[in-house]
Design a protein around this ligand. Structure first.
Ligand code: CA
Length: 440
């Protein structure tokens, strides 16, 4: 199921929240991403919607009787799990109502607009929290460009393993160390086996890296033992955020065989606070990855015409780096890569359907990571491991600094957005994290 276009996508409509009409902003009337926030004045976490530079308090709007009946209780909860569980008809009803309440045309100056305006909080006064209580987090490996580049470094003889074009490869991550954007990241300690060392060593990671990924939050999900057919997969995707799968490459290369990532990955995973719905992204769908001649077709449970024609997402994803020296000199964060999610070998629907294909039950608020988003061009590689060829070709930054891997004090910033003539630009906001020194 793909969302169809309706009045909520109409780019000619403006919001009476003036900052939402900035054509370069992330949160116009056509976006309406949901998240969880609190303020000093109202410290209980509750759902909100980003509009321009404001957050609309959904708990308050619901209490005033202004939301569809079926979502009011879910909009009073301290996480979005209950809203995620309701499914696409309820999500769409909420989006439609919010679009009316925040639209300049549908909510003219008057008592109703004044009542809604009373439920707005400036974003700068809001503390944004994780959108959901994540029960399970799974990380995939859906970019064939990333898989090939990384495989070439770790296994030059067989960069891409034979299962890659058949199975959406993934592993079970760790939900306890998911953190919201802005939370500092402590450099992990761990075991590695440096070249030339007589024995493995334990200490702070010397090859700390980021991975640029898209996160998908699971909606209603499925009962144990009941798969989710591909045609219905998107009914169980509440929306997407940015995700940084921080990775300690020196730990990873020593520990990853035979069971895959473990302590190299589970010390922290950062998620951006705003969840953008697939309905908001409906105008920006793209064809699924065009498999070159010679690649196998996906097995039938992972293939249908709708997924092939529009299973992809035309989302631009950027990585910026800000070092302590740049910060001290007021140098702005430096763009180190820019890729596009439409280059992924597997679509979000295929990842979700594959995950549930054995009967594994997915629950509301579960999180799926896409895997590092790397597009074919060198400047579109989504981690330092690839960008610097495992540290051998360091990046040069403004001011002459160089980076093979992350240093203490470095801040990594992800941004995501999509734009197309005739439609309002939709942004995902930012996903940020600064590296703290290893604990002693
Ligand atoms: Ca990853």
């Amino acid at each position: 199921m793909m969302s169809t276009l309706n009045f909520t996508h109409d780019a000619t409509r403006r919001s009476w929240v003036e900052t939402a009409n900035d054509p370069t902003g992330d949160f116009p009337l056509q976006n309406l991403p949901t998240g969880i926030f609190r303020t000093a004045a109202h410290p209980l976490p509750r759902p909100g919607v980003a509009i321009g530079d404001q957050v609309l308090d959904l708990a308050e709007v619901g209490s005033a009787g202004m939301l569809p009946t079926e979502v009011i209780e879910a909009c009073r909860q301290p996480t979005l799990n209950a809203l995620m569980a309701l499914g696409p008809a309820a999500w769409s009803a909420l989006r439609g109502r919010l679009s009316e309440l925040l639209g300049a045309d549908t909510c003219p100056d008057g008592p109703l607009r004044a009542m809604i305006a009373d439920c707005l909080v400036p974003l700068r006064e809001a503390t944004l929290l994780l959108p959901a209580r994540v029960g399970d987090y799974t990380d995939f490996y859906a970019s064939i460009h990333h898989a090939t580049n990384v495989g070439a470094m770790f296994r030059p003889d067989s960069p891409l393993l034979p299962n890659y074009k058949w199975v959406p490869v993934g592993y079970h991550g760790r939900a306890s160390s998911l953190i919201v954007s802005g939370t500092p990241v402590r450099r992990p300690q761990g075991q590695s086996n440096p070249a030339g060392s007589p024995a493995p060593v334990f200490g702070p990671s010397q090859q700390l890296d980021y991975e640029l990924e898209l996160a998908a939050f699971v909606g209603p999900g499925n009962p144990l033992g009941t798969p989710i057919p591909l045609a219905r997969a998107e009914e169980s995707i509440f929306g997407v955020s940015l995700l940084n799968d921080w990775s300690a490459r020196d730990l990873q290369s020593w520990e990853y065989q035979p069971l895959g990532p473990f302590l190299a990955k589970n010390f922290a995973t950062t998620v951006s606070p705003w969840v953008v719905s697939l309905e908001a992204l409906a105008p920006f769908r793209s064809a699924a990855f065009a498999r070159p001649a010679g690649d196998p077709a996906p097995l039938p449970y992972l293939a249908d015409a709708t997924n092939t024609a529009q299973g992809g997402l035309d989302l631009t994803l950027e990585v910026l780096l800000l070092t302590p020296q740049m910060r001290a000199r007021d140098v702005p964060a430096h763009l180190v890569s820019r890729g596009n999610f439409s280059s992924m070998y597997w679509t979000l629907a295929q990842l979700l359907t594959h995950h549930a294909s054995n009967g594994c039950n997915l629950l509301p608020g579960d999180l799926l990571g896409s895997g590092t988003v790397s597009s074919p061009e060198k400047e579109a590689r989504g981690c330092l491991l690839e960008l610097t060829t495992r540290g051998r070709e360091p990046l040069t930054l403004p001011g002459g600094e160089s980076r093979a891997f992350l240093q203490d004090g470095d801040e990594v910033i992800f941004r995501g957005y999509t734009a197309r003539p005739g439609f309002a630009r939709i942004g995902l906001g930012e996903c940020r994290g600064t590296i703290l020194p290893a604990s002693t």
